[in-house]
Ligand binder design. Structure first.
Ligand code: ADQ
Length: 483
């Protein structure tokens, strides 16, 4: 058996150049954690962009970068600043990201972005081809690399290729607006197995394949030339033990050992024993519905004024893609909304919204998850949403209420949470009321079921089930060919 090659836009380590040296910091995101079991188990290589453009890497440091990456089983694709601009900030995040999240009006159809996207996808494919043998298994990730499967397939007809999309695949009516829709589908069809978070995304994809390419589709198999391509859903889980163990340790910490953040949260809880903390954590992205959530919070406080001075909303927003104009506009909108609502409603004892615009270390995330009574996540569209799963995993005493948008992929597996339509303020206000008043026993009954499911379908299970499905598909193909 050959090795496994994982390909994603970013590598599992982030490189930083400081004082003439190189530091590799492990990435903490869902993808890096999820693939850890595949990457560390046996022979494997991870290919991606290092996060530094060619212009940012001094010539004398180039070999050291390769060495640092090799230590982490990784190899880089070299990209210039222009390539990153056109491929990542351009086609990936100004064309595909908005379109696939149903923000058609934000989607820019620029030929220049498309051309750079094709070139950079070819660079990724070339790096794979330099490193792969026919026995290897290739697992390509996400919307930045949708042309890579076919580019690799053209050169290596027999190699095993899997592709997983981490964002939604939109309905045919949305997808058909893309000028390069056939090329994207053909790119993906270079794979043997194409995975999505949910059955709906899978259905949308199959419908586009049927209607745009006219290919024969039977159940979830696509017939193309002499190949069968399987399409399936693999809902991504979290590293459940990591979150539940961290929360367990956190609960055993002596008060004086607690972080400043935790001490501040505890102080407020003591001063308002019947108060509640609401929490939302997202990247600052328009798909996450942060501005609507703030307006809905104001609506709630006006509908149920008895909760003024009692309920606090903590919004933690991670800076993201800040050189794309839509993200700059969103930042301004959120800043203004928080300022206006706090300005209008705050009292000497109460600030309704605590807004943090930064990435926080893991320990602080745990402080927030374990201290907040309600997690309130209202994406307008979200491939999965791992924050919902992380919150539930940290509730060691099984209290806590999750309010989740039905537009998040995770809503499919989290029926025991309180599901809302993020555009329905009336429903949201009433659901917040229900969550605040939910008896402890009901909270525990709901979380018990959710935790069991999350523990069983953790991220390792997700990665392993994708890999075994890919192996099965390859064997099936081999059997068909030999007939
Ligand atoms: P994201 O859009 O990034 O991922 P999500 O699934 O919620 O969204 O993952 C965010 C991750 O970042 C979580 O693990 C969370 O703990 C962490 N995080 C968020 N805010 C943070 C902060 N301020 N500081 C530190 N860490 C923070 C994309 C898709 C999702 C899909 C994932 C995985 O958009 O729909 O669930 O990929 O496939």
């Amino acid at each position: 058996m050959g090795k496994t090659i994982i390909i994603s836009n970013r590598l599992p380590v982030q490189l930083q150049i400081s004082n003439g040296g190189i530091t590799a910091i492990p990435s903490v995101g869902g993808l890096a954690t999820g693939m850890k079991s595949v990457h560390s188990g046996g022979d494997s290589l991870w290919i991606g962009w290092s996060g530094l453009t060619d212009e940012e890497i001094p010539e004398e440091l180039a070999p050291k970068i390769d060495e640092a990456l090799a230590k982490h089983g990784s190899s880089k694709v070299k990209l210039t600043k222009n390539q990153v601009d056109g491929f990542y900030f351009g086609f990936s995040n100004r064309t595909i990201w908005p379109l696939f999240h149903y923000f058609l009006e934000y989607s820019e159809f620029e030929l220049d972005y498309w051309n750079v996207y094709k070139d950079v996808n070819q660079k990724f494919a070339d790096t794979i081809l330099q490193n792969a043998s026919d026995e290897d298994t290739i697992w390509i990730h996400d919307y930045q690399l949708m042309l890579v499967p076919q580019m690799v397939r053209n050169e290596r007809p027999d190699i095993s290729i899997g592709f997983f999309l981490h964002i939604p695949f939109p309905s045919f009516e949305i997808f058909r607006t893309l000028p390069w829709r056939e090329e994207i589908l053909e790119g993906l069809l270079g794979s043997d197995l194409i995975g999505f978070h949910t059955y709906d995304y899978e259905r949308h994809f199959l419908s586009s394949v049927r209607r745009l390419l006219g290919l024969e589709v039977s159940f979830n198999d696509i017939y193309l030339d002499n190949r069968i391509i399987k399409v399936d859903s693999f809902p991504m889980g979290i590293d459940y033990k990591k979150f539940s163990n961290a929360a367990q340790e956190h609960s055993q910490k002596k008060p004086e050992k607690q972080s400043d953040l935790q001490q501040r949260l505890d102080k407020h809880k003591k001063s308002t024993p019947d108060g509640k903390f609401l929490l939302s954590i997202d990247r600052l992205d328009y798909s996450k519905g942060i501005a609507k959530r703030l307006n809905a919070f104001e609506y709630f406080l006006n509908k149920y004024p008895q909760y003024k001075e009692k309920v606090r909303l903590i919004i933690l927003a991670v800076p993201s893609r800040s050189n794309v104009p839509q993200y700059q506009l969103l930042k301004k909108e959120v800043d203004e909304l928080v300022g206006r609502i706090n300005g209008e409603l705050a009292t000497v004892n109460w600030t309704p919204i605590w807004y943090f615009y930064r990435s926080l270390p893991f320990d602080s995330l745990i402080d927030l998850y374990t201290s907040c009574d309600i997690a309130w996540l209202t994406p307008l569209r979200d491939g999965m949403n791992l924050v919902a799963k992380e919150y539930v995993a940290t509730r060691t005493d099984q209290t806590g209420v999750l309010i989740l948008s039905e537009m998040a992929g995770s809503a499919n597996e989290m029926n025991e949470s309180l599901l809302i339509n993020p555009n329905n303020f009336e429903q949201i206000a009433d659901t917040l009321y229900t969550a605040i008043n939910m008896p402890k026993e009901e909270q525990q009954a709901r979380n018990k079921v959710l935790q069991k499911r999350l523990e069983r379908y953790n991220v390792e299970k997700w990665a392993n089930s994708f890999m075994s499905s890919l192996r099965a598909q390859k064997n099936l193909d081999a059997a068909n060919i030999s007939k």
